[in-house]
Design a protein around this ligand. Structure first.
Ligand code: SAH
Ligand code: SF4
Length: 366
């Protein structure tokens, strides 16, 4: 079966051409799939019966099963999706007054082993396909439209206005599938999202950042987490391959092409590790040539992490040092606390539940 969610507009057009159908049929299909959120070919009323039957025979719109669907008191909604072989990925919707942000995953696990990240701790299993990445938007959109507070909205009114690649995985190590899914998110006939409102978060894979700025520039967030190589080598090990000064130059190059004129630096606040005033001052010097904003992320704890979150006052002091030098800095609000929907938390729970099978599937990949 061919999963239509894997096809962008061009590919879908070619795909249906082999059955003798004209390009406008692809447009029709895209509208059914992404605008009406329809996954049943039989319900696509203006698609000819014979073509419906061909599609039923050859293709599907493959959506992962939902293992978990929970709504937080603050409106955050979290899904754990089953992508086969006991592998779960997380998708989180975060509503705010002026936007609705969907946080999506790009891989099952992650190979990069940042020491404070529960996804990194569970190791890498596999890349998601572009269809699996897009299906997270499809599913969230479908289910949110049924949620009580959104059910009255017309289909024209977007519920998901922003997408961030901040769930499980390092998107730039799954480059082709991620870029393919980005192109679909931006396509007017698919999700039509603005480049400025799709943010890719990376731990700093420089060659892939340089490629992305040409292939498909979207808003960029870089997980910095340390002001120098000594500390970053330790907590974000990919830094040993792509050192911090080179990362700064890559960020500056990215901005030349980016839809936004700044990079967002993410900085997880780890008590006694990276949260001193001196480290904040060191950061200012480090980023002096990169137009940027800082997003300080309170560390979300998980079992045996070995880290604690910085105290509130320490975070505020750290922020003030940056703000005093004119750097726009926010402390990320922790959302969905009651349902463990904060960065990386759900992934940690999945690992506990499925450790055995995960270990087995990981070993069998080697
Ligand atoms: N791999 C990419 C994107 C996914 S992680 C990256 O590293 O950028 C999204 C963000 O969550 C990153 O900034 C990551 O460092 C942060 N993060 C990971 N574990 C966390 C934790 N336990 N608490 C708070 N933030 C965490
Ligand atoms: Fe991977 Fe990002 Fe976690 Fe690092 S922080 S291990 S890159 S998901």
């Amino acid at each position: 079966m061919d999963n239509l969610l894997d096809f962008n507009r061009e590919q879908l057009t070619k795909y249906i051409e082999q059955f003798g159908h004209k390009p406008y049929r692809a447009k029709q299909l895209l509208r059914w799939i992404y605008f009406y959120n329809e996954d049943n070919f039989g319900a696509m009323t203006d698609v000819a019966k014979a073509f419906q039957n061909t599609l039923k025979e050859k293709a599907n719109i493959k959506i992962p099963e939902i293992n978990f669907d929970e709504l937080s008191l603050d409106g955050t909604r979290k899904w754990l999706l089953n992508v086969g072989a006991s592998n779960g990925i997380e998708t989180v919707f975060i509503p705010e007054e002026d936007r609705g942000t969907l946080c999506i995953s790009s891989q099952v696990g992650c190979a990069l082993e940042c020491t404070f990240c529960s996804t990194g701790r569970q190791g890498f299993n596999r890349n998601l396909t572009s269809g699996e990445i897009i299906s997270q938007l499809w599913l969230a959109n479908k289910l949110l439209r049924k949620q009580k507070n959104y059910a009255h909205l017309s289909l024209q009114k977007r519920i998901i206005s922003n997408v961030v690649f901040m769930g499980m995985g390092e998107p730039l190590t799954n480059y082709n599938n991620v870029v393919h899914s980005l192109e679909m998110m931006l396509d007017d006939q698919v999700y039509g999202l603005s480049r400025r409102k799709v943010t890719l978060s990376t731990s700093g894979l420089i060659p892939a950042m340089d490629k992305l700025r040409i292939d498909c520039p979207v808003a960029l967030a870089v997980s910095l987490h340390a002001p120098n190589n000594t500390l970053r080598d330790e907590i974000v090990p990919i830094n040993k391959k792509y050192p911090i000064e080179e990362l700064m130059s890559a960020c500056a190059r990215y901005i030349e092409y980016a839809p936004r004129d700044f990079v967002t630096f993410e900085y997880v606040m780890l008590k006694g590790v990276n949260d001193s005033k001196d480290q904040a001052k060191e950061l200012i010097n480090l980023v002096k040539d990169v137009p940027c904003k800082f997003n300080l992320i309170p560390f979300n704890s998980f079992s045996n992490s070995g880290y604690e979150c910085s105290d509130r006052n320490t975070m505020i002091r750290f922020k003030e040092v940056l703000v005093d030098k004119g750097i726009i800095t926010t402390i990320r609000k922790t959302r969905g606390d009651d349902i463990d929907a904060a960065c990386g938390q759900l992934a940690g729970q999945v690992q506990d539940k499925t450790k055995r099978s995960k270990k087995i599937s990981f070993v069998s990949n080697i």
